[in-house]
Design a protein around this ligand. Structure first.
Ligand code: AMP
Ligand code: MN
Ligand code: MN
Ligand code: MN
Length: 279
């Protein structure tokens, strides 16, 4: 059960990835993925295409989404797996969550303008596949293409992050709402890449407790943004809180993503994989 190749986190052109749902499905399949989920940020627009493509290739498909949440004054990502992509509560919640991205993007561009980077809004828009979902990733691509930075890592060290030009804080969904929408759509809520947040250890403990109290059930243990030491840390968290464990590359683009679809270590063996719920 543990050695099955499941990749339950990636992004298409419907959010901030560069490949279509069909191209992602082919790439996942070519890399040996057997159970796959497309988890675009705050959007379900790619779900039907992803499911069709996965089924044609003989992969099991789990509908997914990655919801932007604000918790303790920081952005937290909650993945919903096994959600009904037609559920109106979830659709409405995601619509509200996306709302405000265009204004935020214009404010980001105004800041970049002040440090001499002109027309960043128009520049970022050239990389956007879904006009409702302009994100920092699209600005990052513009900053690389226009020669301001050599790659997206350099962008996220010098721009678009708190304290640097181009950062505009945003109030996303609240944790309780995000979990409720996922549950109302029949899905399982999963804490995405817990190793990426800058919460204190006390805050992280409070997050796990609150998340569980609100009906959250899963945590990503093996992800593209965790180190091997973090696999161990979050495996312990999964065992301690009784969370289902997830595995996902968080793939966005062949050049930008350092981990390709499906090419991750297996989950540590004691854990209960989140996909066991869907089998
Ligand atoms: P947004 O939802 O507009 O705040 O954009 C968040 C997205 O920016 C994430 O989903 C990542 O794709 C990207 N991102 C954020 N931080 C980094 C980073 N340090 N390196 C690469 N990509 C990042
Ligand atoms: Mn992203
Ligand atoms: Mn994320
Ligand atoms: Mn992601």
């Amino acid at each position: 059960m543990h050695t099955i190749n499941a990749d339950l986190h990636c992004h298409s052109v419907v959010s901030d990835g560069t490949l279509t749902p069909e191209a992602l499905a082919s790439r996942a399949h070519a890399n040996g993925v057997k159970i796959w989920s497309l988890t675009d940020h705050d959007e379900l627009g790619g779900q039907e295409r992803a499911k069709m493509a996965a089924q044609e290739l003989g992969m099991q498909y789990i509908p997914g989404v990655e919801i932007s949440v604000t918790w303790c004054a920081q952005t937290l990502h909650i993945v919903g797996l096994g959600v009904d992509p037609h559920n109106s509560d979830l659709l409405q919640g995601l619509y509200q969550t996306r709302n405000g991205r265009s204004n935020r993007a214009k404010a980001m561009a105004a800041q970049l303008d002040q440090v001499g980077i002109k027309d960043a809004y128009e520049g970022a828009l050239q990389f956007v596949g879904n006009p409702d979902l302009i994100s920092r990733t699209h600005f990052a691509r513009f900053l690389v293409e226009s020669g301001v930075c050599k790659d997206t890592n350099e962008v996220f060290a010098n721009y678009l992050i708190e304290g640097k030009p181009g950062y505009v804080g945003h109030e996303w969904a609240n944790l309780s709402d995000a979990i409720t929408w996922i549950k109302q759509a029949g899905g399982i809520a999963v804490i995405a890449h817990p190793g990426r947040y800058r919460y204190t250890s006390l805050q992280l403990t409070q997050l796990y407790e609150q998340f569980k109290d609100l009906g959250g059930q899963g945590i990503e243990v093996v992800t593209g943004s965790h180190s091997p030491a973090e696999y161990k840390t979050f495996a312990k968290v999964a065992l301690e809180y009784g969370f289902l464990a997830s595995r996902g590359s968080d793939f966005h683009d062949p050049q930008e993503s350092h981990i390709d679809l499906g090419l991750l270590p297996d989950l540590p063996s004691q854990l209960r994989p989140v996909w066991s719920v869907f089998q």
